[in-house]
Write a protein that binds this ligand. Structure first.
Ligand SMILES: [Zn+2]
Length: 430
């Protein structure tokens, strides 16, 4: 019961939980079970009676209300998987006590240097305790800091029954990094009225807007002939047409390399092909659904122009929705965000709202009817060897959750989630 958030964090990051975007199963990798089972055992050891592990790798548990009035059920989520872009195996966490603000050379690969000059967020970490990996792996603070925060929060509430709170559900889930973190979660079984993911960075951060995302696949059929007879038999190279289309994409303010803040983009992610046939995949992103649609239209316009210029080839473009900005739902009832702001202030933090340049598990949960903003938990520089966790950030995140639980007990009685049955977002015109 005396284990700290740091103790827990150091244990969790050592468990290899990389997910796999090419796998069809949920969880996408067997190894995620190791941590999921460990967490289920720890919840039982804390004295929680109803811990359940579902066949798809969701660990669910309840902290029953300790106040009499009827209150909404609030769920807290953290994901156990780490991204497959960098090794998450055999992580050796290093604790840097009272970091002196100098570049951190990672011992197992000395070419890996976490340089505060490159990472603006690090200015506020000087003098605090940081945890890094050792150079050959990522750390996995995304999202094991969230896991450690939720677990420590639960342990604290159980040890302090005098802190008033309504019904609370805990959910540790797999596969956030491959975009399928909550597909197989039964929301009726979860039984929450509102939820939060603990998957953000800096103290005070509340994310209630994400990108809306579409995927697009362009197929081009060319005319293949023997190259020696290409001219005579009118070769039309699908590969060259695909290259030409990519080159024709607007570069300024419309690609990941040239945008930030609220600007969206059209981003070709991969291309395969030959003379006869080529496939180009894109992701389209914008916080605004109308501007997202405009990006799809822009791509269609380009394809149409190329089709007109080369009628012997056959172009086909398919645009499909992936996820939607949770802000479209949350704007109707900002109470989950307002109380998160208030919880930040209650522990001396100034809340700030950062529109996320990506989707979160909360995007899908919100779209499915469960409003789910994202809160900070102290992970930084995610998805690579320069990742680090702020120890005091994690501690503040635990304090913030305790304040948030109290606020829901105090003010939540009138909360109604009216969006229960809405499956599709407003204003989607694809
Ligand atoms: Zn994450």
């Amino acid at each position: 019961m005396t284990e700290t958030v740091l103790d827990r964090f150091l244990r969790y990051v050592k468990v290899h939980t990389t997910s796999d975007r090419d796998s069809k199963g949920t969880p996408s990798t067997e190894r995620q079970w190791t941590l999921l089972r460990m967490l289920a055992d720890e919840l039982r050891a804390l004295g929680i009676a109803d811990v359940k592990t579902t066949p798809h790798g969701f660990v669910l548990a309840t902290l029953p209300a300790n106040v009499g009035k009827k209150l909404p059920t609030v769920a807290f989520f953290a994901h156990v998987d780490t991204v497959q872009d960098f090794s998450g195996e055999d992580v050796k966490p290093i604790v840097h006590r009272k970091w002196n603000g100098k570049p951190i050379v990672l011992p197992d690969d000395r070419s890996q240097v976490i340089d505060p000059a490159k990472y603006a967020d690090m200015a506020r970490a000087v003098g605090k305790d940081l945890v890094t990996a050792s150079g050959t792996t990522l750390l996995g603070a995304d999202d094991k800091s969230g896991v450690a925060v939720v677990m420590t929060f639960a342990a604290h509430l159980l040890a302090h029954p005098e802190i008033p709170h309504g019904p609370i559900r805990l959910c540790f889930n797999p596969d956030e990094e491959i975009g399928h973190g909550v597909d197989k979660l039964d929301l009726a079984e979860l039984g929450a009225d509102v939820a939060y993911t603990l998957d953000g960075e800096n103290p005070g951060e509340v994310n209630w807007e994400t990108f809306s995302g579409d995927g697009a696949v362009l197929t081009i059929d060319g005319v293949s002939t023997h190259p020696g007879e290409g001219r005579k038999y009118k070769m039309v190279s699908a590969l060259k047409l695909a290259a030409r289309l990519i080159a024709a994409l607007p570069a300024e303010n419309n690609s990941p390399e040239t945008t930030d803040g609220r600007q969206g983009y059209i981003h070709p992610t991969d291309i395969t092909g030959n003379v006869a046939h080529a496939d180009v995949r894109f992701i389209l992103r914008d916080h605004d659904n109308d501007l997202l649609k405009a990006k799809g239209d822009q791509l269609r316009g380009l394809v149409k122009g190329m089709q007109a210029a080369e009628p012997r080839a056959k172009f086909k473009l398919r645009v499909t929705p992936q996820y939607r900005n949770m802000g479209y739902w949350l704007r109707d009832n900002m109470m989950p965000v307002d109380l998160a702001d208030e919880a930040m202030r209650a522990i001396g933090l100034e809340p700030f709202h950062q529109p996320t340049r990506g989707g979160t598990d909360g995007s899908r949960l919100t779209e499915r009817g469960l409003p789910t903003p994202n809160l900070f938990c102290g992970a930084h520089n995610s998805h690579g060897p320069h990742e680090y966790a702020g120890v005091q950030d994690m501690e503040q995140s635990v304090q913030m959750l305790i304040a948030l639980a109290k606020l829901w007990a105090e003010k939540g009685a009138g909360y109604k989630n009216k969006k229960k049955d809405s499956q599709r977002p407003p204003q989607v015109a694809h």
